[in-house]
Structures are given as C-alpha cells and as structure tokens.
Design a binder for this molecule. Structure first.
Ligand SMILES: [Zn+2]
Length: 368
C-alpha cells in the first residue's frame, strides 16, 4: 500500500478512536471536573501548561476556578485583592480551555465564607453594613470551637443593597470568563437568620437559604447562565449522621424542596462514598460528586456515579452528572506537589486522588 494511504488510514482511525473515547466518556460521566483556586498572576503560565498537558489529556471537560476577589474588577475596584489577575491573564485561561473544550466556571463565595480564621473578607471589609452578625468581633487568634460559634461570617441576604454589589462582581467575572455557568459556593453557612440581624431574626432559615439561592439563580438566568452551589446545606446532618460540616444542623436542609430544580449541586464528601447523589437526584436536582484527597473513596464514588446512571430510570439518569476533583491548597502549592518539587512536610494528596479518579473514569469507560 502506498505510504500516503497508510498514514491517512492511521490518522482516520485515530480520529475515530478519539471520538469514540469521548462519546463513551460523555455517556458514562458527562461532567469530568477539576476545582481549584484561580492561580496567582505568577503561576498563570504554569497553570495554563497544566491545563494543556494534564487536564486535557485526561478528558477533563469542566474547570471550576475559585476566583473570589483575585481579579482586577473594574465595576467594584474596592473589592480587589492587592495582587489580582488582570483581564489579559484571565484570557490566557479562557483561550486554553476553549481550545481543549473545557467549560470554565468561576466561583465567588456568596452568602457564607465572608471571613476566614481571624480575617474578614473583602466584601465585609468594604461593606461592613452587610454583616449578618455585626456584634461578633473577629478574634486575634482564631480557634474552633469558640464562644461565638464563629466559623465564617455571612452577609445578610435581606440587606437591601447587598445584591447590587455582589451581582456587579458576578456579572463581571462571568463576562470576562465568557461562561454560561457560575459557582456561588454557599457551603458551610453557619450564620443565617441570626437574632442580632434586624431583618433576618425570627425567620425560617431554610426559607432564607432557599430565597438567596433563588435570587442568585434568577439573576444568572437573565443572561442564560446556570447556578452551581455546594450541596452541604441541603443535607440533614443530624438524621444522616453526616455531621454539621458536610450536612446542616440548623435546618437549612429543608431548602432542598424549595430551590429551583435547574441548580447544579456539587455534593462533596471527602472521607466516605456517601450515597447522597441519589437523594439529590430524587429531589429533581442534578448532581456531581466531589472528592478531595482520599483516592480509595474517590474511586468508589466514580463507580457509584456510573452505577447510579445505569440502574436508574431515564428521568433520573440524566441528573447523575459526574465527578469533580477538588483541591484545597493554593494553586502554586498544588503544582509544586503535583510536579514533585515539594519534598518533605505534608504532601498534598489531592494530586494523587486526582490521578486515581481520572484513571478510574477511563477504566469505567473501557477506553484504556
Ligand atoms: Zn440578615
């Protein structure tokens, strides 16, 4: 056979093989995600390479980037971090993801997580009037547990001006990332409907939580964008034994029956393969399972996700969307441990978990 035809034949069969790989993967696991803090400006180029050389070959198709105030916002410059990504740097991420068919979903924490340890976050620093618990002072040395039950501060969802500010941020970050979905965080909201808030005191916490989800969802829907949130506030932590972090102890979980059904739930469980995706799917909500650093559990969670899809009605199957690997160290730190530059000390096992999870997903698709 003519050499030219041999090459052509090989190229065609390779293309066909790649197509069937991605079809198989899409069929068993429509969302194959990775979630990490948006890189610092200095780490941008290495992170772009990581997307190209590590995420894309593993068929990752969704990248959740926790941006918060690591962007040089023009609409609300008062909220920027002192070192923050420029528009040009963000566009490098957008381009590499476009090229590799990866959907980017930026995250800014709304409602909860408005402080961390002893530090108030940028929103409440600039707008202290949005604080749900203005009487709770930030401690010099944070420790848990504490007398105020302070984990993180929340903003007051009923403050009449809070959405003017946060939606400017949401719109700008969605525009610059050219995205059709936004992640609002909304995990671990311990302060909600507090007695010291003149607007929220005495109100039903589930209704307050659901109301905020709906407000954000409706705002995004005006520009055709989908809302993603973490799932923990929608799980009854006490009855399930799942606890007050991965689940809710303040009755917000009843909001699971009140929120719009097109909100995507990111159901994080880091130590056990809890079967909570079934709970969310039965409530009419689409769900992805999110592991962190326990490879054994992540592999079981991926197997479960495939089984849930196989063994459900056609209606339910569509809601079991896939898996999202989460990373909770800084991006630079993660890259150091991923590429083996960090030796000694505590290694970040989310890198190993990521590899184990995506190896398993390929195995499940039977494409190795
Ligand atoms: Zn309030």
């Amino acid at each position: 056979m003519n050499k030219f035809f041999v090459i052509l034949l090989c190229a065609c069969s390779f293309t066909a093989f790649s197509q069937s790989v991605s079809e198989n993967l899409d069929n068993i696991m429509p969302v194959r995600g990775f979630c990490i803090a948006a890189p610092q400006p200095d780490d941008i180029d290495e992170f772009v390479r990581f997307i190209e050389e590590e995420l894309a070959p593993r068929h990752v198709n969704t990248l959740i980037l926790r941006v918060d105030y690591n962007y040089q916002y023009k609409s609300r410059p008062e909220l920027r971090d002192s070192i923050a990504l420029s528009k040009e740097e963000v566009k490098k991420l957008v381009e590499v993801c476009k090229k590799n068919n990866i959907r980017i979903i930026p995250q800014v924490n709304l409602l909860g997580h408005q402080s961390w340890a002893g530090q108030v976050g940028n929103l409440l620093k600039a707008y202290p009037e949005f604080d749900e618990t203005p009487l709770v002072e930030m401690p010099e040395e944070y420790e848990w547990p504490n007398a105020d039950d302070l984990y993180c501060k929340s903003y007051c969802p009923l403050h009449p001006e809070v959405h003017d500010v946060v939606f400017d941020v949401v719109d700008e970050i969605c525009d610059v990332f050219e995205t059709d979905a936004f992640h609002a965080g909304m995990d671990e909201v311990f302060y909600i409907g507090e007695k010291q808030c003149p607007r929220c005191s005495g109100r039903d916490k589930a209704e307050l939580f659901a109301g905020e989800v709906r407000t954000i969802r409706d705002h995004l829907a005006m520009t055709g964008r989908q809302l993603w949130i973490w799932g923990d506030r929608l799980i009854d932590g006490k009855t399930t034994g799942i606890g007050e972090w991965e689940g809710s102890y303040n009755n917000t979980w009843r909001a699971v029956d009140m929120i719009p059904k097109d909100v995507m739930i990111c159901d994080w469980h880091y130590e056990r393969p809890d079967k909570t995706p079934v709970y969310f799917a039965m409530k009419g909500l689409s769900v992805v399972t999110c592991p962190w650093r326990n490879s054994e559990s992540a592999v079981k969670q991926a197997q479960d996700m495939v089984r849930f899809r196989e063994h459900s009605t056609r209606v339910m199957k569509e809601r079991f969307m896939g898996m999202v690997q989460t990373v909770w160290s800084g991006t630079g730190q993660f890259l150091d441990s991923y590429y083996g530059r960090r030796t000694g000390g505590r290694t970040d096992s989310s890198a190993d978990c990521f590899k184990a999870l995506f190896d398993e997903i390929e195995k499940l698709a039977d494409v190795l």
